[in-house]
Design a protein around this ligand. Structure first.
Ligand code: IFM
Length: 699
């Protein structure tokens, strides 16, 4: 049993707990807020992959109407967790079943009223949200319960609905509307186990409750959030619970990692896995950078998914990994259009993908001093996204050998991503090499740099591996291969082969350090704290044209280090260590992707203490309300699934030392001191294999 709990109510933690106690089923997310909360408390029923834009504002994923609203009254007094009549309050989240429960005891005169409310988002039926509320008292009392499908939705860039319509019957309430932009129908219906009296003035339903001392009143609510062509599934609460629990058991059976000797690490890892499970996609859509915790980052999909989350799903829930890869294959046409728009060939994937369209704006940050938008170049210049996508397709293929996926768009995706890199690069006639100029690497504080090492190596690897993969498929499936190649730019494979041979790959210097980009070593040598001390406003943006870090060596997140994490065999461990030691001290870890990236390199290079500390800070980020909340004036809070994925990667591939040669697994454990042993399963492309490692030995 693994249960997260917090006792007592703290008003200042409402937003943090919304993230910490998030529940989800891969399609819907429900923030960890309380029954009586409304949009002012950031209640959110977040829907994956459905976007809406309102003129002049950012397009973002939608929040649906909240079917879980419930408020309790005794006479004039509201029995509300924020009130003064609270005797005790506790929230809990069962990590093994995804069930959130709140228990609040209220004092009403001499009497005590206990409200226990549990909920889950069905893992068996993606539209379903279920809740059971139990109310009891130690004296006879007359109570009033107000329930609603709350039509007043929390939105960052709304309003996203038009024609909101509320209907109510004796046992149900339904709110329906259409999204503003794409005119998608959204309807949320909740059915109640006890008849309600509709009150039209505030769209709520009332239940008058004569509660006798010692008795428990139970209200079950089963709701469906129906978007577009979704079909609702109506069941009793108990039936729904049974199917939900079976689905969670099946997931944990494949995904669980047991560690021995360190309860804190064990719990934090389970919590990270929990977050990945509530995001496991139930269709060909992908996972947003803030998961299903809200509309931050516009609900868009970044490289976070391919690089930090995909490995987890590939090793545990391969059908979800396939969904993620297919999402990118499906959105290839948008990436081709984006490349064309900028005058390049191949496929340039969206930096912030909303079903393939790039949600990243030209002005993604607002200056805290002038309140003016700042021109950022993430969308135009973070070209490594295409290499990341190709890397993910190749990784999926090497593990699963899924020829069908490769012939059905996978190969095309890889080659077109590489082709984009090729056409984006310049041939330097003096140095007789191709260079990739004017880019942003993973470290976003240094924009528009030349020859970012990560970008160059990543394109080199996906081009060479893409070409090798094309050759294999040509031999195995000559007819299908010929049809694919006929659709692609002429001589694409030959061109890529020649290009990769001449692509500039920055070599380590005499100290073994690879320069992050041309001229990086000449930047001001100052510590992270030194740069932080120069901040005038704590929310100031560190990068861009005038940021405090821009002219310095201080970087936002792991950059060169990512070369080793993706391609661990490219450089000897001595070089990896030298780069870790050099760059770690300049890294602000301003992105939640950073700590786990360092942890991974730390594991390989024997820096056990650093690996363990960075593992914990990744795994606990949403337990501790960590992560940056602001980029300039833009709110970026929410959950951090890439850090959860990175924590799993660190535990299983770092500490456990699991690696694959194609689909052949091996383990070379590097357990930190206080983790005595670890057991996990991993999918090798055909079967699940059991692994068990202990300090100093492998099995
Ligand atoms: O993808 C990341 C990026 O690397 C740093 N800024 C936040 C993005 C979303 O997590």
């Amino acid at each position: 049993m693994k249960i997260l709990t917090d006792s007592g109510f703290d008003n200042s933690k409402i937003v943090e707990f919304g993230n910490k106690y998030l529940t989800g089923n891969g399609y819907l997310g429900c923030r960890g807020t309380l029954d009586e909360f409304k949009k002012t408390e950031c209640v959110g029923i977040n829907v994956a992959g459905v976007y809406d834009g309102v003129a002049g504002k950012w397009r973002e994923n939608i929040n649906a109407f909240n079917p879980l609203y419930l408020a309790l009254f005794c006479g004039e007094s509201a029995l509300d967790a924020r009130g003064e009549n609270v005797l005790s309050h506790e929230v809990s989240l069962d990590l093994y079943s995804g069930i959130f429960t709140r228990k609040t005891v209220f004092g009403v005169g001499e009497a005590e009223v206990t409200l226990i409310s549990s909920r889950f988002l069905s893992s068996a039926h993606r539209t379903q949200i279920c809740s059971r509320t139990c109310i009891s008292a130690n004296a006879d009392l007359q109570l009033l319960l107000k329930v609603a499908v709350d039509p007043d939705v929390w939105e960052l860039n709304g309003p996203h609905y038009k024609g909101v319509n509320c209907e109510c019957g004796e046992n149900f309430m339904r709110v329906s509307a259409r999204t503003q932009e794409a005119d998608i129908p959204v309807s949320v219906e909740c059915r109640y186990s006890t008849p309600i009296n509709a009150v039209s003035s505030d769209f709520s339903g009332e239940i008058n409750l004569s509660l006798y001392a010692g008795e428990t009143f139970t209200l079950d609510r089963v709701a469906n959030v129906v978007v577009g062509g979704d079909s609702p599934v109506w069941q009793s609460y108990d039936e729904a619970l049974g199917e939900h629990l079976a689905a969670w058991r099946a997931m944990w059976d494949k995904c669980g990692v047991e560690t021995e000797g360190d309860e804190r690490a064990d719990f934090a890892l389970a919590y990270s896995i929990y977050h990945l499970l509530i995001l496991a996609p139930k269709g060909e859509y992908s996972i947003a950078a803030r998961g299903l915790s809200g509309q931050t980052y516009k609900g868009a999909v970044f490289w976070d998914t391919e690089i930090f989350m995909l490995p987890f799903y590939l090793a545990t829930l391969p059908e979800c990994a396939k969904n993620l890869v297919e999402y990118r294959i499906k959105t290839l046409p948008e990436a081709v259009k984006k490349a064309e728009h900028y005058g390049y060939g191949g496929a340039f994937y969206a930096w912030e993908s909303q079903n393939g369209a790039d949600a990243c704006t030209d002005f993604n940050v607002t200056d805290v001093f002038t309140h003016r938008p700042v021109r950022t170049y993430f969308k135009d210049k973070q070209v490594h996204i295409s290499a990341d996508v190709a890397y993910a397709v190749l990784l999926y293929y090497s593990r699963t050998g899924d020829d069908e996926l490769m012939l059905g768009g996978g190969l095309e995706t890889v080659l077109m991503c590489a082709e984009f890199g090729r056409t984006y690069s310049y041939y330097n006639h003096i140095k007789k090499r191709y260079e990739i100029l004017d880019v942003i690497g993973p470290d976003e504080y240094h924009e528009r740099v030349n020859n970012n090492a990560f970008t160059n190596y990543a394109f080199y690897k996906i081009a060479t591996e893409g070409v090798a993969c094309a050759e294999r498929l040509k031999n195995k499936f000559p007819r299908e291969y010929a049809a694919i190649i006929a659709r692609l730019p002429e001589n694409i494979v030959e061109n890529l082969r020649g290009w990769a041979e001449k692509l500039y790959l920055p070599a380590p210097n005499k100290d073994g350090v690879i320069e992050q980009f041309d001229g990086y070593f000449s930047l001001e040598d100052i510590s992270v704290d030194g740069v932080r001390a120069r901040l005038v406003n704590p929310r100031e943006y560190w990068g861009g044209s005038g940021g405090v870090a821009t002219a310095t060596r201080v970087i936002k997140q792991a950059d060169v280090i990512m070369i080793f994490n993706l391609f661990p065999d490219l450089f000897p461990l001595g070089i990896q260590r030298a780069n870790y030691e050099f760059y770690e001290k300049y890294t602000e870890h301003g992105s939640s992707l950073s700590r786990c990236s360092y942890a991974l390199t730390a594991c390989r290079t024997g820096k056990s203490a650093g690996a363990y500390a960075d593992f914990l800070s990744s795994a606990e980020i949403d337990l501790n309300g960590g992560g940056k909340q602001w980029a300039g004036e833009v709110y970026i809070g929410g959950t951090h699934p890439a850090a959860s994925g990175g924590a799993w990667l660190t535990a299983v591939t770092g500490f456990g030392g699991l690696s694959f040669e194609g689909s052949v697994p091996k383990v070379s454990p590097r357990l930190p001191e206080n983790i005595k042993g670890m057991r996990f399963k991993a999918y090798d492309g055909k079967n699940y294999r059991d692994f068990s490692v202990t300090q100093g030995e492998k099995k």
